[in-house]
Ligand binder design. Structure first.
Ligand SMILES: [Zn+2]
Ligand SMILES: [Zn+2]
Ligand SMILES: [Zn+2]
Length: 324
């Protein structure tokens, strides 16, 4: 699978993060020591980087999506993270996407069932790119038994009260585990996972991002947020407390949305997020990783023949060598 061949390893002092397919070929280069030297450090593994519809997107046959249809290796699955905790022999997923079957396989290759127990799924919200993969746990497919699914109150009610999800609950394919805004869930191996509510179109559920803290390093994962300005928290302040921030990059700039008013766009543009952080030192800006790219976003095509110099430049500006 394309994401696997693009895997990039980043070494960090006490914890490891492995990124797969982050914004294509413009990902930071492997640096420092190898994974083998720190076999017990927990790490995140990026299993997908695209917006809910993935890349290319269904029904889009425009020039920006055609390379993805014609060359499967240029495809990008929907944003999802694996969390692998070797010391506790556990593995987890953040969000269950429409690409769940291949992402669950990628996780298996990285952390096989022979050694790792699947500890469950943490859900951000009830938009299709983030939870519909749960259907694979059902009797038609895996017939899973009590897979822990960590979710906020409205998200749990949505799954419990609406088919086909309610069947997963009734048949104990999944076991819902409560999350509360700002409250840490401890996991074996010295990990905590804390949901942080964010403003978003909450038709069926709340929306959260996750603060994932390991023994020494931490990451913020916010695939969807309407805007930084209406969030009760400061991205700049949070950035100081984490080592990695994987944030909403749905749209790169207004170029993708001709004729639309920016106030109507329910995502911070990449250019806007960059402006917001422009005066921070490179060490802070370098913590930002853009994720959840819409099929129209040029960041998805930095490794394609049609790659734009602009997106490469931007990526380089933000991904400075301070990650080494
Ligand atoms: Zn989304
Ligand atoms: Zn498209
Ligand atoms: Zn959403």
């Amino acid at each position: 699978m394309a994401v696997v061949t693009k895997m990039q390893a980043l070494w960090l002092p006490l914890a490891l993060l492995v990124f797969s397919g982050l914004a294509g070929g413009a990902s930071p280069a492997a640096a420092g020591a190898s994974l083998e030297q720190h076999p017990d450090s927990p790490y995140l593994y990026v299993l997908g980087t695209a917006q809910d519809g993935g890349f290319p997107q269904a029904g889009c046959f425009k020039p920006h999506c055609m390379p993805g249809w014609e060359h499967p290796e240029l495809r990008h699955p929907t944003a999802s993270l694996g969390l692998i905790v070797p010391a506790a022999s556990n593995k987890y997923l953040f969000d269950a996407t429409p690409n769940f079957p291949e992402q669950f396989y990628t996780l298996e290759v990285e952390a096989p069932d022979t050694r790792y127990t699947f500890g469950g799924v943490f859900l951000t919200h009830a938009h299709i790119g983030h939870y519909v993969g749960l259907m694979q746990f059902g009797r038609e497919v895996m017939g899973a038994k009590d897979v822990p699914v960590y979710a906020m109150p409205r998200m749990r009610a949505f799954l419990t009260d609406n088919g086909p999800w309610s069947q997963l609950v009734a048949l104990h394919n999944i076991a819902l585990k409560p999350l509360e805004d700002g409250q840490a869930t401890p996991l074996p191996g010295g990990i905590t996972v804390t949901p942080l509510r964010v403003p978003h179109r909450d038709e069926y559920s709340e929306t959260v991002g996750f603060l994932i803290r390991g023994p020494s390093k931490s990451a913020l994962f916010i695939p969807d947020i309407d805007r930084w300005e209406t969030w009760g928290r400061s991205l700049r302040d949070l950035l100081k407390t984490v080592d990695y921030a994987l944030v909403d990059a749905t749209f790169y700039s207004m170029d993708e949305l001709p004729g639309r008013n920016m106030d109507e766009i329910p995502h911070p543009l990449v250019t806007h997020t960059m402006d917001l952080l422009a005066d921070l030192p490179a060490s802070e800006r370098g913590k930002i990783y853009f994720i959840h790219m819409n099929h129209s976003n040029p960041l998805l095509r930095t490794d394609s023949p049609g790659s734009t110099p602009k997106s490469r430049t931007v990526w380089k500006e933000l991904k400075t060598s301070d990650l080494v």
